[in-house]
Design a protein around this ligand. Structure first.
Ligand code: CP
Length: 292
């Protein structure tokens, strides 16, 4: 693996290799590397940025501090020149989040590997693999699992990555969303949450992406919660073995009733925990390739 950019670029074998290595890392099998990493976040982040930094440090990498607000990006330096600069000064791997879909296309010929921390409404492949690790930890397979992804599909890079990966690995993935947040370019069935809630193995809620709605508030929160949110009534109808997921940050009381965020079926904080192991595994796959 030269770069880690999109689920579409990963074979099923590579996905499973990253997940199973993440599980071994979680069990205590940690390799150490020498080198430098930089995390370039042109969009705000708590989980992805901090968990990549935690992963880098746990692998033994030195992290070069980079904040867009104090960098020469503020003087108009391009993404390409910023990445080329960090390569030139000796950084070994870049983790980048950027608001433009497929921003990474202009960077693939650099000599430095790029890990996509999220591109616009395109892909969020490390979130996808930490979600898959969390599901695999629960069920030991993806084959035949009944998964609902519910919410702001249109603006969600998580929905796109997860639908693609889970479908390829044998899960049955369906969407629930208001008309205005449906994405007809994705080949998936839309259902009503109440029609499927009792049969789900995984109920994956998506964050309402306020920042991608062009400033205007396009919906009424209480109505959305009633129609598409995980209420206590819906939660109680789920199978005992079913799990609730959300990439976070959570809009409490909108996508999910606040007391359900840490309920027994919720894996929301487990996802964050697994994010560190998954990102260690991704970086390890990239750095080992670089050693060859
Ligand atoms: N899930 C996720 O990508 O969270 P952050 O935006 O905080 O990184």
């Amino acid at each position: 693996m030269d770069n880690f950019l999109s689920i579409a670029h990963l074979s099923n074998e590579e996905i499973m290799s990253i997940i199973t290595q993440a599980q071994r890392i979680k069990a205590g099998e940690v390799e150490r590397f020498e080198g430098y990493a930089a995390n370039l976040f042109f969009e705000n982040s708590t989980r992805t940025k901090c968990s990549f930094e935690m992963a880098e440090r746990k692998l033994g990498l030195d992290v070069i501090p980079f904040e867009t607000s104090t960098s020469s990006v503020t003087k108009g330096e391009t993404l390409y020149d910023t990445a080329k600069t960090l390569e030139s000064i000796g950084v070994d791997v870049l983790v980048i989040r950027h608001p433009e879909n497929e921003y990474y296309k202009e960077l693939v010929n650099l000599g430095i590997p790029v890990v996509n921390g999220g591109d616009g409404s395109g892909q969020h492949p490390s979130q996808c693999l930490l979600d898959l690790m969390t599901i695999y930890e629960e069920y030991g397979t993806f084959e035949g699992l009944n998964v609902l992804i519910c919410g702001d599909i249109l603006n969600s890079r998580v929905a796109r990555s997860n639908q693609e990966a889970l479908t390829r690995l044998g899960a049955k993935v369906r969407f629930a969303a208001p008309d205005y947040w449906q994405d007809k370019t994705i080949d998936a069935e839309y259902v009503k949450i109440d029609d499927v809630i009792e049969e789900l193995d995984v109920c994956m809620l998506l964050r309402v992406q306020h920042e991608r709605h062009n400033g205007g508030k396009t919906f009424e929160e209480a109505h959305y919660h009633h129609e598409f949110g995980l209420t206590a009534e819906r939660y109680n109808k789920m199978k005992e073995s079913a799990i609730v997921m959300h990439p976070a940050p959570v809009n409490r009381g909108v996508e999910i009733e606040t007391q359900l965020v840490e309920a027994s079926k919720s894996r929301i904080f487990r996802q964050m925990e697994n994010g560190v192991y998954t990102r260690m595994s991704i970086l390890s796959h990239i750095l080992k390739k670089g050693e060859k």
